[in-house]
Design a protein around this ligand. Structure first.
Ligand SMILES: *Cc1c(COP(=O)(O)O)cnc(C)c1O
Length: 633
C-alpha cells in the first residue's frame, strides 16, 4: 500500500476546490494560508500562527483574520469586472458597494474602506445605524454610499445631509410610501437628493433566500408603483434626481442563469425609466455573488456553478445586449457583493477537548451462567456472523438489543446484564460495518453504519455563537485539521460543541459528491493539542450568534502577511468575559458578586467553611467573572 502523503490529505478535504487559491497543504503537514490567491511563496503556516497566539495568551477558540485576503478579494472583484469590460468593449464602468450587514465589525468596514479606496469601492447601509457607521468611516466622496432599507425621517435627513456635504449618497426608494416623505424632506432641507428605486423582478432565484427576489419579495416597487413614482417625481420637478435602478435577488445565488435573467429584466426597467426622462446613470444589481463552500462548482446550495470571471462577463454581456437598442449611455454597473468579499478572510480555530468512541470494551470469553436468553442469542449471532448472513445478524442483533432494553425497563434484567447486552450490540455492529465494506451492494442501512459508528469529537466552540448558519440553515463550511496532514486521519468523527445541546453539533460536511456525514480526523495524541479550522466564515456568522448557554464572542486576532512572508499581529480583540455576557442578559456582575460573597459569609457563620476558605471561594468566583466564556486549559 502506498504511504499516506499530503496530496492525499489535500484531496480528502477538497482543499484545492474550496480554497480559492488561499489555502494549501505544506510538506510538513501544516495547512498554509497565502496572502493572495495562488501566492504560495509568501504563505504562512496556520499552526504556527496559532502557536504564536497561544504564546501571547490568546485561548482557543479564536477567530483568525488574514487582512491580506480581504485586500485581495476586493482587488479581484474590481479587476475582474474591469477586465471583462475592456475585453467586451463596454463603455460604462464598475463600482462596488460593500453591504455593512454582512460583517458589521468596525475593523472589517474600516479595512474595506481603506483597501477599497483605490477602486472607489463604496458601502451599502440598510439601516440608520449602518448609515451612521458608514458616514463615520468613509472618506471617499467618489465612492457610492447606498441607503437601502425602510427609512424614517431621521434616516432620510441623514442621507440628504450626506449628499449635501459631498458624498455620493443614494437614497433608494424601497416602498411606495417613502417617496412623498423624501420629496418633502428634500424641499425642507433644500437638498438635491440622488435617488434610486428598488424594483421587484418577476425573475426569482432559488436557494435559501428565494423570497428576497420575485414578485413576492418584501421590498421593492412593482411596475405600476414605479410609474407612479415617476409621475410623482415629475410633478415635484425632481425626475432628474432619479439616477439608480436597484434590485437584490437574494444571497448565495448558485445558478448563473438566474443572475443573467434578472439582469435582463432590470435593464428593461432601466431603459424604460430613461425613456420616461429620468437621468438614470447607475444599475445596481445587489448582492448574490456566491461562495463555493463545498468546492463542487455546482448549483448546489453551498456552491456556485460559475467562476468570478464568468459572473462578471455574463453581467456585462447581458447589460450590453439588453441595452443595445435603447440608445442610452452605458450605465455604471454596481454590485453589492458582501459574502464573496469577506467570507475567505476569517477562520474559526478551535481545539478538541475530548473524544467518545463507539467501540465497546472487549467482551468476556464466555457469558455468565444464568444469563438471560436474549444475551445468549446475541452472543451466538456474533459468533455466526459471516458476509453471507450479515443482514440477518444485523436484524437479530437490533431485535434482541431492543428486547433487553424493554426487559430492563420492567425490571426483568439487571443493570449489569443490560450493559453486557449493549457491549454485545456495539461489538456486533462494529464487526458488521467492517464486513459490509466487502459487499457490492450494502443497502442503505448497512452503508449508514459509518455514520452511526463515527466518534464524537468535543470541540471548544459554540455552533450557535460562531457558526449560526450551520445550525439555522444547514449551510456547509469546509472544516479540517490545520496540522498533521502528512498523517493519515484514521478516525471518522462528527463534531459536538461545548453547549451540550443536541443541536450543538456538526454532522454534515462538504464532499465533492453531495454531503458527507462524518469528518476524517486523526487520533488525539497525549499532551498535544489537536486543532481544527472552520473556513470561509467571514460572512454573516459573527453577529447572528445568540449567546446560547451564555457562550460569548470569541477572541479575534488579525494578522498581516508581509513582503518576505513573515507575519505580524495587527489587531487583537479579547472575546467576551463571563461578566460581559451576563450583563447582556441584564445581570449586574457587581451585585452578583456581592450576593455571592454574602452567601459565602453565611457559610462561615454556619461553620461550613473557614474565613480563609471563604477568601479562596470568593476569589475563584471573581476570577470566573473576569474569565473567558469558553473552556480554558
Ligand atoms: C444582504 C444584501 C446584500 C449582500 O448580499 P451578498 O449575497 O452577501 O453579496 C446586498 N444587497 C442587499 C440589499 C442586501 O440586503
Amino acid at each position: 500500500m502506498e504511504r499516506w502523503n499530503i496530496n492525499k490529505s489535500s484531496d480528502l478535504y477538497g482543499v484545492t476546490e474550496w480554497s480559492g487559491g488561499y489555502f494549501f497543504v505544506a510538506e510538513n503537514g501544516d495547512l498554509m494560508v497565502a496572502p493572495a490567491s495562488g501566492e504560495t511563496e509568501r504563505a504562512v503556516s496556520i499552526a504556527e500562527v496559532s502557536r504564536g497566539m497561544r504564546d501571547r495568551g490568546f485561548d482557543m477558540p479564536v477567530l483568525l483574520r488574514i487582512e491580506n485576503i480581504l485586500d485581495s478579494q476586493i482587488t479581484l472583484l474590481n479587476e475582474t469586472f474591469c477586465d471583462a469590460m475592456s475585453e467586451l468593449g463596454y463603455k460604462g464602468s464598475f463600482m462596488g458597494a460593500y453591504p455593512i450587514k454582512v460583517n458589521q465589525q468596525q475593523q472589517v468596514v474600516e479595512k474595506i474602506a481603506q483597501f477599497g479606496s483605490r477602486y472607489h469601492h463604496g458601502l451599502e447601509a440598510g439601516s440608520k445605524a449602518e448609515l451612521i457607521a458608514a458616514m463615520g468611516m468613509m472618506r471617499d466622496k467618489k465612492a457610492v454610499l447606498i441607503c437601502n432599507g425602510y427609512k424614517d425621517e431621521e434616516f432620510i435627513d441623514l442621507g440628504l445631509y450626506a449628499t449635501k456635504i459631498g458624498y455620493t449618497c443614494i437614497l433608494v426608494v424601497e416602498m411606495p410610501d417613502e417617496l412623498p416623505l423624501i420629496i418633502e424632506r428634500s424641499k425642507k432641507l433644500k437638498a438635491r437628493p440622488i435617488l434610486g428605486i428598488r424594483i421587484k423582478l418577476s425573475a426569482q432565484a432559488g436557494g435559501h433566500w428565494a423570497e428576497s427576489g420575485g414578485e413576492r419579495s418584501i421590498f421593492g416597487l412593482n411596475t405600476s408603483q414605479v410609474i407612479h413614482a415617476v409621475d410623482m417625481l415629475k410633478e415635484a420637478g425632481m425626475l432628474d434626481c432619479l439616477k439608480l435602478v436597484h434590485y437584490h435577488l437574494g444571497s448565495q445565488i448558485s445558478n448563473i442563469r438566474e443572475i443573467r435573467t434578472a439582469v435582463n429584466e432590470a435593464c428593461r426597467v432601466y431603459a424604460g425609466l430613461a425613456k420616461e426622462g429620468a437621468a438614470v446613470e447607475y444599475l445596481d444589481l445587489g448582492g448574490g455573488l456566491a461562495v463555493d463552500y463545498d468546492g463542487s462548482q455546482s448549483n448546489f446550495l453551498s456552491s456556485r456553478n460559475y467562476t468570478l470571471k464568468e459572473y462578471c462577463t455574463d453581467i456585462v454581456e447581458a447589460v450590453m445586449t439588453s441595452l443595445e437598442d435603447a440608445n442610452i449611455p452605458a450605465p455604471v454597473i454596481i454590485t453589492e457583493s458582501g459574502r464573496a468579499l469577506v467570507a475567505y478572510y476569517s477562520i474559526l480555530l478551535f481545539n478538541i477537548l475530548d473524544v467518545t468512541r463507539f467501540e465497546p470494551d472487549p467482551l468476556p470469553d464466555t457469558l455468565p451462567e444464568d444469563c438471560p436468553p436474549q444475551l445468549e442469542y446475541m452472543h451466538q449471532a456474533l459468533k455466526d456472523l459471516t458476509i453471507r448472513n450479515i443482514q440477518e445478524v444485523f436484524n437479530d442483533t437490533i431485535f434482541y438489543r431492543d428486547e433487553t432494553r424493554r426487559l430492563f425497563q420492567t425490571g426483568k434484567i439487571t443493570l449489569r446484564e443490560r450493559s453486557l447486552a449493549e457491549r454485545l450490540f456495539w461489538t456486533t455492529i462494529n464487526r458488521i460495518s467492517r464486513l459490509a465494506k466487502d459487499l457490492r451492494n450494502p443497502g442503505a442501512e448497512l452503508s449508514d453504519l459509518d455514520r452511526i459508528l463515527s466518534d464524537f469529537y468535543y470541540c471548544n466552540f459554540s455552533v450557535f455563537q460562531s457558526l449560526p448558519d450551520s445550525w439555522a440553515i444547514e449551510q456547509l463550511f469546509p472544516i479540517m485539521p490545520i496540522h498533521r496532514l502528512d498523517e493519515e486521519p484514521t478516525r471518522k468523527g462528527i463534531l459536538a460543541d461545548i453547549t451540550c445541546d443536541c443541536d450543538g453539533k456538526i454532522d454534515q460536511f462538504i464532499d465533492k459528491r453531495g454531503v458527507k456525514h462524518y469528518l476524517p480526523l486523526h487520533e488525539l495524541k497525549p499532551y498535544e493539542e489537536y486543532i481544527l479550522g472552520a473556513f470561509l466564515v467571514g460572512a454573516y456568522q459573527e453577529t447572528l450568534g445568540d449567546l446560547h448557554n451564555l457562550l460569548g464572542d470569541t477572541n479575534i486576532v488579525t494578522i498581516r502577511i508581509k513582503e518576505q512572508g513573515e507575519f505580524e499581529f495587527v489587531n487583537e480583540q479579547e472575546g467576551d468575559t463571563v461578566a460581559e455576557v451576563l450583563s447582556y442578559v441584564q445581570y449586574d456582575p457587581k451585585r452578583l458578586f456581592v450576593r455571592f460573597r454574602e452567601t459565602a459569609e453565611q457559610a462561615v457563620r454556619e461553620g461550613k467553611i473557614s474565613p480563609q476558605e471563604r477568601r479562596e471561594v470568593v476569589s475563584v468566583y471573581e476570577a470566573g467573572l473576569r474569565g473567558y466564556t469558553y473552556f480554558e486549559r
